[in-house]
Design a protein around this ligand. Structure first.
Ligand SMILES: Nc1ncnc2c1ncn2[C@@H]1O[C@H](COP(=O)(O)OP(=O)(O)OP(=O)(O)O)[C@@H](O)[C@H]1O
Length: 472
């Protein structure tokens, strides 16, 4: 799917009359849509089980079968599909019945190419809106504070200004910076300030998936392409048509996928896993890294030509410790947001809490601050958030214990927290082993990897690397 004038749809035409199939195929292919033909209800069902269609034209009479009965069967497989019923004579009864069965519209014979074009364009704009709503629902569901892109720090201000300026072009952007500095936030801002703002914005966290799953997540796959591929699935590139795809931690993109991404960037062409048919998509790539990609190139882990392509515009987000002017504004914003979210009537941080916030080096950057303030707000029982609710104070282990309740009895639990809430470190255990055991325990307690990363106060990608390191 692309912008309004050029949206390409995958369309299924179901008619037992060959001449109608051919006329429709001609109209649709002329407008550059993908067309698949089926002569019967059974053939249509077989096609829908193996392919992804945005729309279907279905004849009312399909030999012994009825097109009306086929509509709910098709929608059962592909609920998003826009089905248009083709009838020889338009009658109010048939139209009402078709709509009742889930059809989006109907078309009368003889087929008029102009009417077909108008219909398809209308369905395409509905599909675009649906995707936009899905993307928005995703964002609302995350319930994180509105990003603060205004800054008192000159270097940060330059980065944001530059991001908004390059947003207008279609140039590829590589965002560098430590974990948690807001590279993802900046990528979203580039999308929002671009001409693509109405189309979807999607994210792929490169290290969070195996090479096989990542390839399928990016490019999609067809049914049976690998064990577990029970149905054909579109990739993020397909679903982001017309929009922006943010590739986070691009330095961890497996070597086997790098040439495929390079080809997509150069020719806008790709293939679904298991399907040799080349496909085209119009998607802007914004990527981010906290790794030194030049070093990765030298070590033979990252292709130089790919780095060169991705790095047309380079933006570096400064770490939070390099922009101390913004610390108070950010802390205030997080306090307001989480106080509202958790229904806490909090007025401020206490003076000693403010002192700690200003002097803490924030190695985990804005993410660390967001997590620290959220925890403190949840646990706060006074009108001012006290210093004790932040880490590194005497009662901090109790805070950790309260926010990360861990079932005792597995040996590890008993070792990590003593009765008083202070950490009891068993003798003879290495720091690495402690880390491994602690991560394992948090993983058991959390429903999602994101929640576990949040509890550990590290980025999901860092958690992924640690899981790989410790084989968890
Ligand atoms: N300027 C900001 N204003 C408000 N929140 C921010 C800002 N920058 C970052 N955050 C918050 O901090 C967290 C981390 O941000 P983000 O994921 O964009 O960082 P990142 O640099 O991409 O991290 P990583 O490299 O680990 O993926 C997010 O929850 C985000 O909402």
């Amino acid at each position: 799917m692309a912008d309004s004038g050029t949206t390409r749809l995958e369309i299924l035409v179901v008619d037992d009359d060959e001449s109608v199939r051919e006329v429709l195929a001609l109209c649709l292919e002329r407008d550059d849509h993908g067309v698949t033909l089926a002569a019967s209800a059974d053939e249509a069902m077989a096609r829908v089980r193996e392919g992804l269609y945005d729309m279907a034209f279905v004849d009312l009479r399909l030999g012994a079968d009825s097109g009306l009965d086929l509509i709910p069967r098709l929608l059962g497989q592909a609920p998003w599909m826009k089905v248009v019923l083709i009838t020889a004579h338009s009658s109010v009864e048939t139209a009402v019945e078709a709509m009742r069965k889930g059809a989006a519209d109907y078309l009368t014979k003889p087929v008029d190419p102009h009417v077909v074009r108008v219909l398809v364009e209308r369905m395409a704009s509905i599909r675009r809106l649906e995707r936009k709503v899905e993307a928005l629902e995703d964002q609302v569901g995350r319930a994180s504070p509105r990003p603060m892109l205004e800054s008192r720090n000159p270097a940060m201000r330059r980065v944001v200004e530059m991001a908004r300026r390059v947003a207008k072009s279609d140039a590829l952007v590589l965002i560098r910076g430590e974990s948690g500095t807001g590279k993802g936030v900046l990528a979203k801002e580039i999308h929002a300030a671009s001409e693509r703002a109405q189309a979807p914005f999607s994210v792929i966290n490169c290290p969070s998936l195996s090479a096989e799953l990542l390839q399928s997540e990016l490019f999609g796959h067809v049914k049976g392409a690998f064990t577990g591929a029970v149905k054909t699935q579109a990739g993020k590139i397909d679903l982001t048509e017309g929009g922006t795809l943010f590739l986070d931690e691009i330095g961890d993109l497996p070597g086997s996928i790098q040439p495929k991404l390079l080809r997509f960037i150069q020719d806008r062409e790709y293939e679904r896993v298991g399907d040799p048919q080349p496909r085209k998509a119009d998607v802007r790539i914004v990527s981010a890294t906290n790794r030194d990609l030049e070093e990765a190139v030298e070590e033979g882990e990252f292709r130089e030509d790919l780095l060169y392509r991705l790095n047309v515009i380079e933006l570096t987000v400064p770490p939070l410790r390099a922009r101390p002017e913004d610390v108070e504004d950010l802390a205030r914003r997080f306090l307001r947001f989480f106080a509202h979210k958790y229904n806490q009537s909090l007025s401020d941080f206490s003076p000693s809490a403010w002192h700690w916030i200003r002097s803490h080096p924030w190695p985990g950057n804005v993410r660390e601050m967001q997590n620290a303030v959220e925890r403190a707000v949840i646990l706060c029982t006074t009108r001012e958030v006290p210093r004790e609710l932040f880490p590194d104070s005497e009662s901090a282990p109790a805070v950790r214990a309260a926010t990360a309740p861990v079932a005792a009895g597995n040996g590890v639990g008993a070792a990590v927290t003593s009765e008083a809430g202070a950490p009891a470190v068993p003798a003879g255990v290495s720091l690495e082993e402690m880390e491994r055991q602690y991560i394992e325990r948090v993983l058991q307690d959390c429903d999602t990897l994101e929640a576990a990363a949040d509890m550990l106060g590290i980025a999901p990608s860092t958690l992924w690397r640690k899981r790989r390191k410790y084989d968890l």
